[in-house]
Ligand binder design. Structure first.
Ligand code: FE
Length: 295
């Protein structure tokens, strides 16, 4: 249990990463009519590079989601589905099927292309989770598709003084997450802090870092920028993410990743480098040659 002295010693004001911007997630209708909140997307390119988009589909009315996300393609990117409540049942063009339940994560690398459907299902009337899109660099855009599916119980938890951190990818205070081998070398944490609890996360320089708050509020960065529910804070460069929970506690996702720095040509669920590559992908969809593996 860290004492105040340790807290003082481990910090250095000059290293704490500043909050560059705070964005409110925008109500959006997606898929077959599902209502969700979108924290960032096309309009923010390339500020969140290597991250493309973050959707928050916590539901006030789970029935909003029953239409789900019927069959659609992906190429050139990865989708990360992380569930809080309910499940997302999925199946795809490679014959893969399953369900992502509460506390579980699916890290899907679309690579050369998959066609899948994602159907959210409330459990005991409750439904909620997130989907993060992560870009792939040119040399990996057409890699073989793959999944990493991690059950809730297989996600390790760091427990500190007032902090509970589920480590999905990357590392936090010596606890390493199970998602591995991702090009962007991401860290992806689900952080829960009790009221007033301080949190620090060291990160290498040169990373893109954001925090998405989904419960309570907290003060982030050296100036204590307050970020509340359904808002994303994007950080500048530096070595240390700092947060302190407000009086109602704080829950947030923290993600860091190495920027790719390439041109982005993005239409719907296909993310390539050039318009010609997009045109080729959509031509293959019409011709029935989009999926390269597992047919
Ligand atoms: Fe999808």
């Amino acid at each position: 249990m860290p004492s105040v002295d340790i807290w003082m010693n481990m910090t250095d004001e000059r290293e704490v990463i500043e909050v560059i911007e705070v964005l409110a997630a925008r109500p959006t209708v997606e898929g077959a009519g599902g209502r969700l909140r979108r924290a960032f997307s096309h309009a923010e390119v390339p500020r969140f590079d290597p991250f493309l988009m973050l959707d928050d589909f916590r539901a006030e009315r789970p029935s909003d989601y029953l239409a789900g996300f019927p069959y659609h393609p992906h190429r050139g990117m990865e989708t990360v589905t992380y569930m809080l409540e309910g499940i997302v049942a999925h199946d795809d063009s490679m014959g893969h099927h399953g369900a992502v339940g509460a506390g579980a994560v699916q890290w899907m690398t679309a690579g050369s292309g998959i066609v899948h459907q994602e159907m959210p299902r409330p459990v005991e009337g409750r439904m909620g989770g997130f989907q993060l899109w992560v870009n792939l660099p040119a040399e990996k855009k057409l890699m073989e598709p793959r999944y990493q599916e991690i059950e809730a119980g297989a996600i390790p938890i760091y427990r500190g003084d007032g902090a509970t951190v589920r480590v999905i990818a990357g590392e936090h205070v010596g606890v390493r997450g199970p998602v591995a081998g991702i090009v962007a070398e991401p860290t992806f944490l689900d952080v829960r802090l009790e009221a007033g609890t301080a949190f620090e996360h060291p990160t290498p320089s040169g990373q893109t870092t954001f925090a998405y708050v989904y419960g309570g509020d907290g003060a982030f960065g050296p100036d204590g920028t307050v970020v509340s529910d359904a808002h994303v804070a994007r950080f500048g460069d530096g070595q240390l993410v700092r947060a302190r929970a407000g009086e109602a506690g704080l829950r947030f996702l923290l993600a860091t990743g190495r920027p790719i720095g390439e041109p982005i040509a993005w239409r719907g669920p296909v993310v390539m480098n050039t318009e010609a590559e997009l045109a080729e992908a959509f031509r293959e969809l019409r011709d029935g040659t989009f999926v390269k593996k597992g047919e």
